[in-house]
Ligand binder design. Structure first.
Ligand SMILES: [Zn+2]
Length: 311
């Protein structure tokens, strides 16, 4: 009697254990956390829509509008500041480097507003489009007109878009400071957004020198007179190293390079940039703006950026 009762008890216990094992529940096994409680980006990958799957940064969208944050250093110096830059994130072979691309000009009425030349409100030291001693400069100039009547801003936007696509294809993320015909961001706002969201900044221009032949590409050097000024003192060597790499690569691609007199300019971007930043002139009003020539320039710029980052 005792023996058969024990056998019954043992059988019951074994049955209970088997049921527990089959149901996947033991005393130490808490119910699984709901999927929404996952925090690791790699765990979220399968939950995201297809277009948001990007290597290494799956939690970030492929395209994102970026406004000027009032808390950023120098943000209060911008006067045209309500527009949006656009961040594009590459989908393959990520390098985890954000290239700021600024299509020069393209803020309607920007020439009627002014920004301080220097972030510390000190007067301009060199002469240029504004005389030495000026406290303020045009917020965004209108740009020049090509020989065929095309506004510079249209061509810089085409070149910026071509550069953006080439950079994305090579695994760079791209911050477009102007991604449309007209953006409500002045030169200070564009530089400050780049300072905070990009690793370097390349601003695209064509020179308004009025010549009847294509003078070729050059970048604007930093004037000696501002090399001790904050934040220029911390970064100007990198501005020039980036500029040198861009010109070398454009030359290798067969683009015309200008080797003549090249006056350093006290540009707003140079005075406010805290990341490597270059203003590059990709020719003048006589330059070709055919798609193939713009693509060649974009290709040269990409190779220059690759050289700058040692790839
Ligand atoms: Zn320009």
């Amino acid at each position: 009697m005792f023996a058969s009762k024990s056998i019954k008890q043992i059988a019951t216990i074994v049955t209970v254990i088997i049921v527990l094992i089959l149901s996947g529940c033991t005393a130490n096994n808490m119910p699984a956390a709901p999927a929404a409680a996952k925090t690791g980006p790699s765990n979220d990958k399968e939950d995201l829509p297809e277009e948001e799957h990007t290597e290494g940064r799956s939690h970030l969208p492929a395209r994102e509008e970026i406004a000027l944050d009032a808390d950023w250093k120098y943000a209060d110096m911008a006067v045209i500041n309500t527009g949006q830059a656009v961040m594009y994130r590459t989908k393959s072979d990520r390098k985890d480097i954000v290239i700021g691309v600024n299509a020069g000009h393209g803020t309607s009425g920007g020439e009627y507003s002014e920004v301080y030349c220097h972030p510390d409100r000190s007067p301009k030291i060199t002469k240029g489009s504004n005389p030495a001693g000026s406290l303020k400069a045009v917020a965004v100039s209108a740009g020049m007109i090509f020989a065929d009547g095309t506004p510079e801003a249209d061509v810089t936007l085409l070149a910026a878009q071509s550069l953006r696509d080439s950079l994305l294809a090579r695994g760079y993320d791209v911050l477009m400071l102007r991604d449309e015909e007209d953006v409500r961001l002045d030169n200070v706002a564009r530089t400050v957004i780049a300072n905070n969201k990009a690793d370097c900044l390349v601003s695209l221009h064509w020179d308004g020198d009025g010549r009847s032949y294509d003078k070729g590409c050059f970048y604007i050097p930093v004037p000696d007179e501002i090399k001790e000024m904050e934040p220029v003192s911390r970064i100007w060597q990198e501005h020039e190293r980036l500029g040198d790499e861009l010109i070398k690569a454009l030359s290798k691609k067969g683009c015309i390079i200008y080797y003549g007199r090249n006056d350093p300019l006290e540009l707003t971007q140079t005075c406010y940039a805290t990341i490597p930043a270059v203003v590059i002139e990709l020719g003048n009003g006589a330059s070709s703006r055919e798609d193939a020539d713009i693509a060649k320039i974009a290709d040269g710029l990409v190779h220059g950026i690759e050289s700058y980052y040692g790839r």
